[in-house]
Design a protein around this ligand. Structure first.
Ligand SMILES: [Zn+2]
Length: 166
C-alpha cells in the first residue's frame, strides 16, 4: 500500500514508519506546528517519506474529471497535486490510499474511486484556518482581499489551509 499524505495527516499525528509514504513539496508550508514539523523532517531524513511531483498531465486530467463538481473550487493547488499523485500511482497499478481530513479532498477521492482515510481522531484538536496566499510570490493577504490575482506579481491567489494544534 502506498500512502499519500496531506498536511492534516502530520498534524493529526501520523508518523510514517516505512518507505511507502509520499507527499508533495507544498505541504512543508502548510505544516506550522513544531511537533508536526519535527515528525515530517525526521521521516524525510530517515527515508520513510518522499516528496514526489505528479505528472502535469494528471493535474489537467483531474481538473477535467471534477470540473462539474463544486469541490474543484475548494481545492488548493497543493490539494490538486496530491490528488494527481494518487491518480499517477493508481494508473501505474499501485495500491494507494490518501490520508486526509479535508472533506473536499475526500469528496473528490470518492468521485475518483480512490480509497482514503481520516487521521484526526477524537481528542486531538486540530484547528483549521485559511489564509489567502499568492501562488507565485507566496505573499499572504487579509481575508477581505477582494481580488483573484496578486496585486504584486499578478499570479492567482488561492486559499491555503493552515492547521495548528490547540
Ligand atoms: Zn504574488
Amino acid at each position: 500500500m502506498y500512502y499519500i499524505l496531506d498536511a492534516s495527516a502530520f498534524i493529526g499525528g501520523f508518523e510514517p514508519k516505512n518507505s511507502f509514504n509520499f507527499t508533495v513539496s507544498e505541504i512543508t508550508e502548510e505544516i506550522r506546528d513544531i511537533k508536526s514539523k519535527i515528525v515530517f523532517n525526521e521521516a524525510l531524513k530517515e527515508g520513510n517519506l518522499f516528496i514526489k511531483e505528479p505528472d502535469l498531465k494528471s493535474i489537467k486530467n483531474l481538473e477535467l474529471a471534477i470540473s462539474t463538481s463544486g469541490d474543484i473550487l475548494r481545492l488548493s493547488f497543493p490539494d490538486k497535486k496530491l490528488l494527481s499523485l494518487a491518480i499517477d500511482f493508481k494508473s501505474s497499478g499501485k495500491n494507494v490510499k490518501v490520508l486526509t481530513d479535508d472533506y473536499s479532498m475526500q469528496n473528490v477521492l470518492k468521485i475518483l474511486n480512490i480509497p482514503y482515510e481520516s487521521v484526526l481522531t477524537e481528542g486531538i484538536n486540530g484547528v483549521y484556518n485559511w489564509k489567502k496566499t499568492c501562488e507565485g510570490c507566496k505573499r499572504e493577504f487579509p481575508d477581505n482581499y477582494e481580488f483573484d490575482d496578486c496585486e504584486v506579481c499578478g499570479s492567482e491567489v488561492f486559499k491555503r489551509r493552515i492547521i495548528t494544534k490547540k
